[in-house]
Design a binder for this molecule. Sequence first.
Ligand SMILES: [Fe+2]
Length: 526
Amino acid sequence: MTDPVNIGRRDLLRGAVVLVPVASVLGGCSSTDSPAPERFVHGVASGDPLPDAVILWTRVTAGDGSGPIDAEWEVAEDPEMTKRVVNGVAKTDASRDFCVKVDVRGLQPGKTYYYRFRALGGTSKVGRTRTAPSGAVSHLRLALVACASYAHGYFHGYRAISRMLDLDAVIHLGDYIYEYGDGEYGEVRQYEPSHEILTLADYRMRHAQYKRDPDLQELHRQHVFITIWDDHETANDAYKDGAENHSDTEGSYAERKAAARHAYMEWMPIREQETEEKIFRKLAFGDLADLVLLDTRLYARSKQAGGAIGAPPAPDPTRTLLGDEQAAWMEGQLKASTAHWKLLGQQVMLGNLILDKGKQIANLDQWHGYPESRDRLLTFFRDSGVKDIVVLTGDIHSSWANEIVFDPNDATKYDPATSKGSLAVEFVTPGIGSPGIPEIFLGLIEQTRPINPHVRYIEPSHRGFLILDVTRDRIQGAWHLFDDITTPEPVSPKFSAAWSVKSGETRLVAEQQPAPSIEGASPAAP
Ligand SMILES: [Fe+2]
């Protein structure tokens, strides 16, 4: 594809550098190497940590579009890259849009590493990553993010998280990119390409634009990511065979979905599974937590039964959110887990928001709109014997702490005073860039608080992120929110709320302060 970066005269003059012998390119860092980050304008990233492995990612800005290109990578124990532990060479070319993805093995668990790439005479900035811990683990800190509409403003949340050096990982719950064209959803920043993205070239160009955002780039550089897609990585309100924001005049949906997934696999630091269609997977954090990640969007989801608000659909056993294969896989993972906490990372809200008690009016894009799938999941929560399940959610551009119940207004099924009947808890992270719930609905949400007693916390309007602090005794979710993201000058978030659930319980409790950061974190990548 043609990358939107302008390759100027300076780059042409660098042609001489391209011609240096491969041996010297691969021969390690010499003191005469001068950093040429313009070969890596999309930065560096890492993802999917295992106790002994991590995915390293970059893209080589090749300039003339030729290939194949050798990209040397190296991993070290120190930010100065003097204590190198492993290195190698990966090849890339136009067929993968010059992206480089390496599954580095042989690392130590629960350890921070530093890495960089070298290609075509240029050296990338140093990135910082971290393997998953193994064995006995007492403490984890994870940032949860979602929904980064570029057009609505600046990613101050990403920048703020990049400075929190005590995190084990950043979990991105989807809507990493948005598919819209200019003026269709947000007007603060312009998109590349300016039109709605439809083709592989379009999706690649949009990913490339996001990867050049300085705040997102810095977050990738400082932290390891764990990602799943939501709808906007393809198109709004996507499901298996279509999307709200896809019409026949835009061509084949199947081809569009395949292009979106292909670009995602190229451009994201995700470990590739058996097929590009499959992103549901499990990652482990020693004996403290298993993270089971779902795809409620593209893999098997039936078409929504209506728009954002409506009555739940009539029973129809053919409708599904996960599909049988994925649901059975998830249940198997949860049952087999020996970890203390079971974290379920997924896209759409599981807690029902009931807007009319008599009619059970709901958001039909969420679990509430798929009653058979929801009943199967909640029945599993109730009957499987699996305890300490915490659901992690994005998608809805607002902050929520929910107790998960069959029916919050049925006294035989749920007692809000004691939380009896709560089967699990859910933490929902707000948008990084995408705007909150439209003002027109705020009055309605406030009015319906009494019939939604399982919703312990809601902040409907502000962008921000959530820090999940995990110990054996409890998990705390703390929301950090921004007043405004429409100006580029960095701003700091404000602590908004913290809620926690104790081990062995399913009751959310308000806390006054966010958990303190962990001392002694490894230094930032320089
Ligand atoms: Fe979103």
